[in-house]
Structures are given as structure tokens and as C-alpha cells.
Design a protein around this ligand. Structure first.
Ligand code: SAM
Ligand code: SF4
Length: 333
């Protein structure tokens, strides 16, 4: 599938729930959430069918996300069926890490079960190493669980583990070096992410925003000039650098300030309530649950995907005062 601007779509991010066991300020407001009713969520069968259709059209990478995907019951059984889909070569998972270390069978952690089920790469959110600040950001005192979740993931031997840190003024600016040292000591890739206007919370204003450029400068004042790694790419829009004198890599995801951010976009999103979104930073979304539940054939669903991709915008609207019509948690990060 290719859009009008030459973006070739090979990557589907699949959100399987809008629920979460945390309340990150930049993702969802603290006040009580209204979750979607169960019948409003795609069943795993329905989701697998849509992944199959996407794979027919050239999607080779799937990332399972949410909400917190590991809060959904039977997630491991669902994930196990993805590698059976012809054409899917790579399976990733985005998680807050809180449940990765949980023992789900005697001697088996959630991380190990996911690895056995075929997950190759895991992205774990970690904004700070300070337990108190962690609780302030996420609304939950789960820092210890996340650290043991990271240990469980490492012990499991995923092909790739990345840590993701959302940058926030007065929250984690002091944490850049400790986080880099932590990632280095565990041989993990760390990525810094500019905060995007994808929540309805007040936290998203100019006073809280920290740019990639500023972050890179702070890091360089400590380690020296970072060495660009132009050849290294994962599936996403991050740019990577090496810490001088080390084998360690850090990544930067600057959706707000990198004007080339959308140039190589290869992504399409499926929300847990059955909407296809061609871009995170655009209002456009298309309800595929309706035809799916009305008995559409595979060919009709394939055509639906193709139409959505044809409408993919050239770039996101974040810089044009884009205000989300749904919270990040309901889109799937
Ligand atoms: N619950 C999982 C987690 O926290 O990793 C997966 C879903 S979460 C929505 C996916 C990613 O989006 C996380 O790395 C999170 O930090 C990031 N995220 C959420 N809200 C964001 C925002 N306003 N700006 C930038 N990144 C955000
Ligand atoms: Fe939950 Fe992830 Fe959103 Fe935090 S960023 S509230 S962990 S979905």
C-alpha cells in the first residue's frame, strides 16, 4: 500500500485496549476514566482478521499497544496467533512494563510467555528513575514493578528492548544522565520523546515542553558531541546517535520540532474500537468495525484499507494547534 505522497505502509500499530493500570499525566487525565464498553472493542478474532488483511496488502510489522496491552485478558494467546499470519515478519509490543515481571505460570513471567508467543521487540516506558517522581507522572506507585519488569524482559532475551522517555519540564530534565547510565548498564536503547498534544490534560502546554534539541545539548554537555548513526533505523521515526567512546545508542523522537518527521512514515493505526487512523496527529479516522460486523468480505475490507491509506496526510497537524478528539490512550501510542 502506498499513499499519495509515496509513503509505503508496512507497519500496523494495533491497540487492543483503551484501559490502563496507570494514569500518565500526558496521556490521560487523572479523573475517573470512562472505558469503552466491552462490545465496543474488537474481539481478538476480529483484530486478527484485520491484521491478516493488512498483511495481504504488504504490512510486515505489527506492534501491539494500548492503553496498557498487558491488562487485557488472554493477551498472550492473542499474540501467539500473529506469527501464524503469512507476511508478518516482526512483532513488537509497547508496554509500561508494570506487568512484564508478573509470574503467570509457575516459573514463567509474562515477559517469557510473550517471547515464547513470538514477540521480538519490546518498548518499555520509563520516564524517571526516581520512585517519587514516577508516581507523580503515572499516578501510581509502580516503579519497583517496572524495574523488575525490565529485568524480566532482559532475562527473557528479546531481540530488542527499548526504553522510552517522554520529556517534561520540571519533571525529568535531571534524569537524562541517570537514565542514559541505566540504559547503558543494561545494554538497552534509550529514546527521548517530545511531548505531543495527544491528551486533553493541562500538562500539555508550552511550559512543560522540552525539545529534542535542548535535550541533545544537555546530553552533549556531559558526554561530548553525540555521533550520528544515520545507517541505524528501527521501524519508527527516531534518529539515533552513539555516546562518544561507548557502544551505547540513544534515540530522539521529535514529532514537534523535527520538520522531516513524517517523511518516511510507514505506519497505520488500528484502534481498539475498530477505527483505522492513517496518522496519530490528524483527526482522520475510518470506522472499519462497522463493515466488519456487517459481514464485509475480505476483498471489501482490503478496499477499505486501501482507501484509508489513500487519505493519509502528508504530515501531522501537531504544529497547527491540533487538539485531539480522543486521548492518546484511546488511539494507541
Ligand atoms: N501503556 C503503554 C506504554 O505506556 O508504553 C503503551 C501505550 S502508550 C500510549 C505508548 C507510548 O506513548 C508510551 O511510550 C508513552 O510514553 C507515549 N505517550 C503517551 N502520551 C504521550 C504524549 N502526550 N506525548 C508523547 N508520548 C506520549
Ligand atoms: Fe497508560 Fe501508557 Fe498512557 Fe501511561 S502512557 S497512561 S501507561 S497507556
Amino acid at each position: 500500500m502506498q499513499d499519495r505522497y509515496g509513503h509505503r505502509i508496512s507497519y500496523l500499530r494495533v491497540s487492543i485496549t483503551d484501559r490502563c493500570n496507570e494514569r500518565c499525566t500526558y496521556c490521560m487525565p487523572l479523573e475517573l476514566q470512562e472505558w469503552l464498553p466491552r462490545e465496543g472493542i474488537l474481539t481478538f478474532e476480529e483484530t486478527l482478521r484485520l491484521i491478516r488483511i493488512a498483511a495481504d496488502l504488504g504490512v510486515s510489522k505489527v506492534r501491539v499497544t494500548g492503553g496498557e496491552p498487558l491488562t487485557r485478558r488472554d493477551v498472550v494467546d492473542f499474540v501467539r496467533r500473529i506469527p501464524e499470519i503469512l507476511g508478518i515478519k516482526s512483532i513488537g509490543l509497547s508496554t509500561n512494563g508494570t506487568l512484564l515481571g508478573r509470574e503467570i505460570a509457575p516459573g514463567k513471567t509474562m515477559a517469557a510467555a510473550l517471547r515464547d508467543a513470538g514477540v521480538q521487540s519490546v518498548n518499555i516506558s520509563l520516564d524517571t528513575l526516581d520512585r517519587e517522581v514516577y508516581s507523580q507522572i503515572t499516578g501510581r506507585d509502580f516503579h519497583r514493578q517496572v524495574l523488575s519488569g525490565i529485568d524480566a524482559a532482559i532475562a527473557t532475551g528479546f531481540e530488542q528492548i527499548k526504553l522510552n522517555t517522554v520529556l517534561m519540564r520540571n519533571r525529568n530534565e535531571e534524569q537524562l544522565i541517570p537514565l542514559i547510565e541505566f540504559a547503558g548498564a543494561h545494554d538497552l536503547i534509550l529514546r527521548f520523546i517530545e511531548m505531543m498534544p495527544v491528551s486533553t490534560t493541562d500538562v500539555l502546554d508550552e511550559n512543560n515542553f522540552v525539545s529534542i534539541l535542548e535535550t541533545k545539548r544537555s546530553i552533549e554537555s556531559f558526554y561530548g558531541t553525540l555521533i550520528p548513526e544515520t545507517e541505524f533505523r528501527t521501524n519508527g521515526p527516531a534518529t539515533y546517535y552513539q555516546i562518544p567512546g561507548r557502544k551505547q545508542r540513544v534515540g530522539f523522537i521529535g514529532a514537534m520540532t523535527n520538520l522531516h518527521f513524517c517523511e518516511n512514515c510507514n505506519k497505520l493505526r488500528l484502534t481498539c474500537d475498530g477505527k483505522l487512523r492513517p496518522c496519530l496527529g490528524s483527526y482522520l479516522e475510518f470506522d472499519i468495525m462497522k463493515p466488519l460486523r456487517a459481514g464485509a468480505t475480505d476483498e471489501e475490507l482490503r478496499q477499505f484499507f486501501v482507501h484509508v491509506v489513500e487519505r493519509k496526510p502528508e504530515q501531522h497537524d501537531f504544529r497547527d494547534n491540533y487538539q485531539p478528539n480522543r486521548r492518546m490512550i484511546a488511539i494507541g501510542g
